[in-house]
Design a protein around this ligand. Structure first.
Ligand code: ATP
Ligand code: MG
Length: 708
């Protein structure tokens, strides 16, 4: 085992060794980011197998997400290639296997109403909640309300609040507690048949282990050693499941960092760790404070930063790693500049798998996806979000465009006219649909339906506005729809009526405009959206090798990269508007920022911008805090060094194409993603290159970094 550790170039420190060797009984390893918690856990498993001759099947390692289970299994296989595989899985998949046995034994049938892809189940959680919302509040619920209601229900189940108390609970929407209770009752309405969401698996597994003696015996006898990583994000019901599992032997290793607790909104219970000794009186508690991951600057700054939280287990993160240069902080003019900077930097990165772009909200990713895809920079997305492409605003814009191609389409007309501030009723539309008409829908509508003069005037103006659309480039078309046709004003009233955040809606339009700005026609635009949606799917399920990672701060937990860009660090984004003014939420937001910072090994870049579409933006207060920390004596002395982006910078590859004159038809090139190719022709700043069977059009600035 000693030899093995040397081979792996990991010389375990005293505490790590202790945690590896102390195999029997309960152990809590409470430690800083990058201190080797996960590494120690893997070494401990290896030690159990190689030295203690434990059968790998008798070890259960519980991780936070399926992605981290995969990561860990890979790391284990790398460390101990001869070993049989160990079962790394999420608590949900463990709970599901317990719940399934329990339900089958009780003669119950069940169906899952969550997960498994959009629209797979006819009855799903979202569908039930939407209906209940409507029934109880006589209104349609928005996607945002649906999401927060769903999280609310999840969190009360994870906290194990008894069902008879649910009705009284306050939640994110009116009557949330009562909706939750009705939802619960609905799922058990058919005798002998259960509808199950993800949280039910936990609840049922817990109950099964508690009440069903033979089942308890069966599962408790299955594992001799249980380990859980990232336990600061474990909920009460999950902790209870683990307690049941180790009840016989108490061989439990719990690894956690309370400073990285970022899921309390979903019911995680980090306080449980502070009571660990109450649950397991003979538990050992070990602390690890030495960070092996990050440079001196990053460790010192992050450590000072997290100390501003008042509610935390005191730890002193330090490191013996070298200094690797200052943390880079930069406020760009606008999001476009920020994007340009990041992509230009990526073009000169050789090992993209060592680079990550991290953001608070998934909505930040779309422009990056567009740009990376356009430039052929490979990217990986762990929890890719393709909801953007099916958002109703995207659908609206496409409908506006469709109508401009064929002004006789009543179906499309009906869809968009309802979205405008015209006070058109459903009855009018039904009448219109059922009346035989020909020609331009605007004229036909005016003739068929009884309208006020002001409505007629507006419709005529629309018709005129529409007439020019087919002539325009797609970004102009979106501007016309937004401003001249009044879509933006209509969105504003919708936002007020349904409780959407108007800002988020506008940012969707901005993103669409950004995508459209690089294209010439509406058809190209529509195709581009399809293409991007597909690219996001690929980036998730079929990522290329050596790809840059795009991830939310949340999903980056546990990972590390040589270089990390944290983008869009703005007031209102992190902390979010809801976080402001609430101490508990604020501390969680600070932990989230801290998780982001501590992913970087050598170079951490904190980026923001000063304005967006003419609107001034303020930096995140966390960004300002870090800035302040950097100015303190002893910390790095200079931040915000101006960097200049010049296109010439891209030509540094000495074997690369140095100037545009070389880009003649017939020139052989090699692209890092597309491989070998040959230039076919050049059109202004666009170069057409034949790669194998397909022709790609690349921007001049990308091509300048190609190798010959
Ligand atoms: P996080 O809280 O972010 O999940 P962690 O505590 O799980 O971090 P690891 O990911 O296990 O930390 O380790 C961080 C880095 O430090 C890894 O690259 C790992 O190889 C390295 N490392 C850990 N322990 C040692 C050691 N004793 N000697 C050298 N390198 C180490
Ligand atoms: Mg870890």
């Amino acid at each position: 085992f000693e030899r093995k550790k040397q081979e792996l170039n990991i010389d375990l420190n005293e505490v790590q060794k202790k945690a590896v060797l102390q195999t029997e009984g309960p152990l809590l390893l409470l430690a800083c980011p990058g201190s080797g918690k996960t590494t120690t856990m893997i070494m401990r498993i290896g030690y159990l197998i190689e030295e203690k001759k434990v059968d790998p099947k008798r070890i259960k390692a519980i991780t936070f997400s399926r992605a981290s289970a995969r990561d860990m299994a890979e790391r284990f296989a790398r460390f101990f290639p001869q070993s049989e595989p160990v079962d790394f899985s999420t608590i949900h998949s463990l709970a599901f296997s317990i719940a399934r046995v329990f339900l089958e034994r009780s003669g119950m049938t069940f169906e899952l109403i969550e997960g498994g892809g959009k629209g797979r189940q006819p009855v799903n959680k979202a569908f039930l909640l939407k209906n209940l919302y409507k029934e109880m509040l006589h209104d349609d619920c928005t996607e945002d309300q649906l999401a927060s209601l769903s999280t609310f229900i999840s969190s009360i189940k994870n906290r194990m609040i008894p069902l008879d108390e649910w009705g009284k609970l306050d939640g994110p929407v009116e009557k949330a507690g009562r909706i939750a209770k009705k939802y619960e009752e609905m799922k058990t309405r058919t005798a002998g048949h259960l509808l199950l969401d993800f949280d039910d698996m936990l609840t049922i597994a817990e109950q099964a282990l508690r009440e069903d003696e033979s089942l308890n015996e069966r599962f408790c006898n299955r594992y001799d050693y249980v380990l859980t990583d990232e336990s600061q994000d474990t909920s009460l019901v999950q902790h209870r499941i683990v307690e049941h599992l180790v009840a016989y032997h108490g061989n439990l290793c719990v690894v956690a960092d309370d400073d990285q607790s970022i899921y309390t909104w979903r019911g995680a219970e980090p306080d449980y760790l502070l009571d660990f000794k109450k649950v397991y009186p003979d538990a050992q508690v070990l602390m690890m404070e030495r960070n092996y991951r990050s440079s001196k600057e990053i460790v010192e700054t992050a450590s000072a930063f997290i100390k501003r939280n008042t509610k935390r287990y005191p730890k002193e993160m330090q490191t013996e790693n070298e200094a690797k240069g200052p943390i880079f902080i930069k406020q760009w003019d606008d999001p476009k500049r920020q994007l340009e900077y990041v992509t230009y930097e990526l073009l000169s990165e050789k090992e993209l798998s060592e680079v990550a772009i991290l953001f608070r909200n998934n909505s930040s990713s779309t422009m990056y996806v567009n740009e990376l895809h356009r430039r052929g920079i490979p990217f990986y997305m762990k929890d890719a979000d393709d909801k953007f492409f099916s958002h109703w605003i995207v659908e609206d814009i496409l409908n506006f465009m469709r109508l401009s191609f064929n002004a006789e389409r009543k179906d499309v007309f009906s869809k968009i006219i309802m979205k405008m501030n015209l006070f058109i009723s459903r009855n009018m539309l039904t009448k219109f649909q059922h009346t035989e008409t020909t020609g331009n829908v605007f004229d036909a509508f005016i003739q068929t339906v009884d309208l006020k003069e002001s409505q007629v005037k507006k419709l005529k103006a629309y018709k005129e506005g529409y007439a020019i659309i087919p002539e325009l480039r797609p970004d102009r078309v979106i501007k016309v729809i937004r401003h001249d046709l009044g879509y933006e004003a209509a969105l504003k009233s919708r936002a007020e009526k349904f409780g959407f955040r108007f800002e988020s809606l506008l940012s969707i339009l901005d993103t669409l405009e950004g995508i459209a700005a690089q294209l010439r026609t509406m058809v190209e635009f529509a195709n581009r959206l399809k293409e991007l949606e597909q690219a996001v799917q690929n980036a998730k399920f079929n990522p290329p090798d050596n790809a840059v990672t795009l991830s939310t701060f949340h999903s980056a937990k546990g990972l590390e990269f040589r270089r990390v860009f944290m983008i869009d660090l703005l007031k209102g984004i992190i902390p979010s508007e809801e976080d402001e003014g609430d101490r508990v939420l604020m501390e969680e937001a600070r932990r989230l920022f801290y998780v982001g910072m501590t992913r970087a090994k050598e170079r951490l870049e904190l980026l923001s911008y000063g304005q967006d579409e003419g609107k001034a933006k303020e930096d995140s207060r966390f960004l300002n805090e870090v800035r302040g920390l950097l100015l303190k004596p002893g910390m790095q002395d200079k931040s915000d060094k101006p960097v200049k982006i010049t296109k010439a910078k891209l030509a540094i590859n000495p074997n690369g194409i140095q100037d545009g004159g070389e880009l003649k038809a017939g020139t052989a090139v090699k692209h890092r993603v597309f491989g070998k190719g040959e230039i076919i022709k050049r059109e202004g700043d666009e170069i057409h290159i034949q790669f194998g069977a397909s022709v790609k059009r690349l921007d001049l600035d990308t091509v300048l970094s190609l190798r010959l």
